[in-house]
Design a binder for this molecule. Sequence first.
Ligand SMILES: Nc1ncnc2c1ncn2[C@@H]1O[C@H](COP(=O)(O)OP(=O)(O)OP(=O)(O)O)[C@@H](O)[C@H]1O
Ligand SMILES: [Mg+2]
Length: 333
Amino acid sequence: MNRRVTDLAVETSGLVKIFGDTRAVDGLDLTVPAGTVYGVLGPNGAGKTTAVRMLATLLRPDGGQARVFGHDVVREADAVRSRVSLTGQYASVDEDLTGTENLVLLARLLGHRKPAARDRAGLLLEAFGLSEAAERQVKTYSGGMRRRLDIAASILSTPDLLFLDEPTTGLDPRSRSQVWDIVRAVVAHGTTVLLTTQYLDEADRLAGRIAVIDHGRVIAEGTPGELKSSIGTGTVHLRLRDPAQRPEAQRVLTRALGVPAHAEADPVAVTARVSGTGSEYGAAEEASRVLAELAAAGIVVDDFSLGQPSLDEVFLALTDRPAEPAATEEAAA
Ligand SMILES: Nc1ncnc2c1ncn2[C@@H]1O[C@H](COP(=O)(O)OP(=O)(O)OP(=O)(O)O)[C@@H](O)[C@H]1O
Ligand SMILES: [Mg+2]
């Protein structure tokens, strides 16, 4: 097989999907190298699920092209299907079955004999921390447990490409980090992962490259580092002892960072974006310089944090508007 082709897990050009008046995917160009986690970051209604469903051959494109490991998703759908697995945004496991029953059933459908299916199910349940819950009906599981079971189901037979569609939306921090560990383990075994998410921090932690999509198109693409340096590395949040010092604090911040500092609703709170480009050592160094300047100006800071930009801030920086859900999504909600 041609090496150039197999090095790419996904290659789309001008991919389009139209639902009625909605161009859900509108000229999507994606290039996903094999063997990595690729993050697709976008707000509600950006077209993430629609794009993934076309790549997994569940939806037929209305225009453009998409290849998975060199195979066209329309003309060579069987070849694509044999190499991919999809964990949907909406879990696909059966509520009335136990964890074990679900995995054994799916393994049997994949052609494993019963003893092998039971072995595989047991191994995965243990690896995903679900051994104790294995004989309980899935309807008694927490959201995090269900999500883990769903990912386990999608890697019963090791796919070459795994689609994870918002695997951590709605999970608590502990469950999120468990899912992240699973994703890392899956990639370490050689599977390429295409992960959709609404969280920049998630894409940042897991993905080698990220595409930011909006209205069905890529509006920015690069490594997490490239993306963050193009949008500002983070935001400093300050709480002052004395609200009367806030105007002076804003002046110091604006001078030190070269961007406007915002007064929040809370009378002692101030925030400002930190680019990290003003310093060889990045955002943390720039933030600590700001703290020193505030102290020198006699401003008392009670609380300080440096956070990653949120998806909203990414969108503000890239599009000059916040990450609003698509109109049809709002209507549906
Ligand atoms: N089957 C469908 N019929 C009609 N419109 C659809 C259908 N599926 C998706 N859409 C519309 O296409 C657009 C993209 O939807 P999609 O589900 O791909 O977004 P998403 O990025 O996955 O959003 P979310 O983060 O909410 O999951 C939305 O405007 C949505 O309402
Ligand atoms: Mg979706």
